[in-house]
Design a binder for this molecule. Structure first.
Ligand SMILES: *[C@@H]1O[C@H](CO)[C@@H](O)[C@H](O)[C@H]1NC(C)=O
Length: 238
């Protein structure tokens, strides 16, 4: 049976159209993260201008690459171009390899990165008593976090704020003085729980989302590899 299966050709077309949409989605998420500054200051108050943007820029690059691949796959299928399909296959294969390598590295250094996050957060306690611009930015971010997650201070509770406590006490304060999760501190009722565990949970949740997206993409990529190879061979047999 020589010739090109219409089924595979049009699956490949639709599939890559979806792929192209995925690329746009990733680009959109990356740009959204770049615009919304939630949490970025909490993790890296020092050089918030450069550090968090590295990962976002990588995401923007990935989104663009997926868009280009989607385009190659679409056109390669419709025009029955072996050259485009081969480029598509090679690009997709390299991406899958990179993803697997990143996954292995991530799993290997999981405890290391947890330790680094913990240390960063402990280091950042110093910023709560500071008065320079970096410290102020961090304090503002933590104050918002405190209000949302009903916690106070970073590691030891309200005392972390030192002399800055009175200035920032509003986001620490409980609604009612009888709440058992609150304590009295400098004549104010504040949340007893420090924020560190909530921040760690938030980071873990984000990492889980990233892992989920990576697995979903890997499944799509393997399908793309199979389809493009089948189409490539069918065009060759025609
Ligand atoms: C986090 O770091 C601090 C200080 O470096 C240490 O005392 C604490 O045990 C660490 N906690 C975890 C869960 O690793």
């Amino acid at each position: 049976m020589a010739g090109v299966s219409g089924c595979i050709k049009y699956s490949m077309f639709i599939f890559n159209f979806l792929f192209w949409l995925c690329g746009i989605l990733i680009l959109a998420i990356a740009i959204w993260v770049r615009v919304s500054k939630d949490g970025q200051e909490i993790l890296s108050p020092g050089d918030s201008a450069t550090n968090p943007y590295i990962s976002v820029n990588i995401l923007i690059a990935v989104g663009s690459i997926i868009m280009i691949l989607g385009f190659l796959g679409c056109c390669g299928a419709v025009k029955e171009s072996r050259c485009m399909l081969l480029l598509f296959f090679i690009g997709l294969f390299l991406i899958l390899l990179l993803q697997v390598a990143a996954g292995i590295l991530g799993a290997t250094f999981k405890s290391e990165s947890e330790r680094m996050l913990n240390e960063t957060l402990y280091e950042n306690v110093k910023l709560l008593t500071g008065a320079d611009n970096d410290a102020k930015a961090f304090q503002k971010a933590l104050a918002e976090f405190q209000e949302e997650f009903k916690c106070c201070g970073l590691v030891n509770g309200a005392a972390d704020w030192g002399n800055n406590f009175q200035q920032n006490s509003k986001s620490c304060e409980c609604q009612s003085s009888t709440d058992p999760s609150c304590v009295s501190y400098e004549s104010k009722y504040v949340y007893k729980q420090p924020c560190i565990s909530f921040i760690k949970e938030l980071v873990a949740k984000h990492i889980l989302i990233v892992i989920g997206i990576a697995f979903g993409l890997a499944v799509i990529e393997i399908l793309g590899l199979v389809f493009s190879m089948v189409l490539y061979c069918q065009i060759g047999n025609k």
